[in-house]
Design a protein around this ligand. Structure first.
Ligand code: ADP
Length: 211
């Protein structure tokens, strides 16, 4: 199978990857998949669900082999049922890869055509505020208290941030995640279409590139 053309949405917890990924996923030619949503779609009483809860409730990453296997099975199912057609659709991934080891493991399945880094860590208070408000709305254990949030932000700095150096610089674009959601969306679309300085339009599957 050809590698899946993929746009990575990257950023700390609370940077808005999910909001922006969902927005992109509504556009023809794009399919959004959040790794956290794959986990949350599992029955939390099942063995797999329990493993997820064991780590996520402490703000830890779920082990890599387990995560990538689950992600892969989910993608396979989407392709198999026709819900995702990689030949005509670009994949918008958020929440994976979350460390360099996962990035290496994914290399055999995906071709990263753009990495959008949502930058917001310079305003930590805003990130914490966003996560706490999400915890209330979405009933998320991992955002429920400040200690877990702080730990998640540390894990991001230590394990996830190095992923930015793993991919070639020409694929990476920074977007200020503290703007309004519509401004962030504008910048992401500009980056994807190659309309910001020195960026070249990425080669997307046929449907995505027809206007
Ligand atoms: P956020 O959007 O706040 O960054 P996610 O919804 O992506 O959070 O993930 C929630 C939790 O699920 C994480 O804290 C982690 O425990 C687990 N998780 C999600 N994606 C991964 C991944 N790629 N590798 C390991 N654990 C993951």
């Amino acid at each position: 199978m050809d590698k899946i053309k993929t746009i990575l949405l990257f950023g700390a917890p609370g940077s808005g990857k999910g909001t922006q990924g969902k927005m992109l996923g509504t556009l023809p030619g794009f399919r959004h998949l959040a790794c956290g949503d794959v986990f949350r779609s599992i029955d939390l009483n099942s063995e797999v669900g329990k493993v997820f809860l064991q780590y996520s409730s402490k703000g830890e990453l779920v082990p890599d082999d387990f995560t990538v296997r689950l992600w892969r099975e989910h993608i396979d199912k989407l392709i198999h049922t026709g819900a995702f057609r990689p030949e005509s659709t670009a994949l918008v991934l958020d929440g994976i890869p979350r460390n360099v080891h996962q990035a290496r493991m994914l290399d055999q399945y995906i071709e990263v055509v753009k990495l959008v880094a949502l930058r917001a860590t310079h305003d930590r208070e805003e990130m914490v505020r966003r996560l706490k408000s999400r915890a209330l709305k979405e009933n998320r254990l991992d955002d429920a208290n400040e200690k877990t949030i702080a730990h998640r932000l540390e894990v991001y700095d230590r394990e996830s941030r190095p992923v930015l150096e793993y991919y070639p610089e020409r694929l990476c674009v920074d977007v200020d995640a503290l703007q309004s959601p519509i401004e962030v969306a504008h910048d992401i679309l500009s980056a994807i279409l190659g309309r910001t300085q020195e960026l070249h339009a990425i080669e997307l599957p046929a449907v995505a590139s027809t206007k």
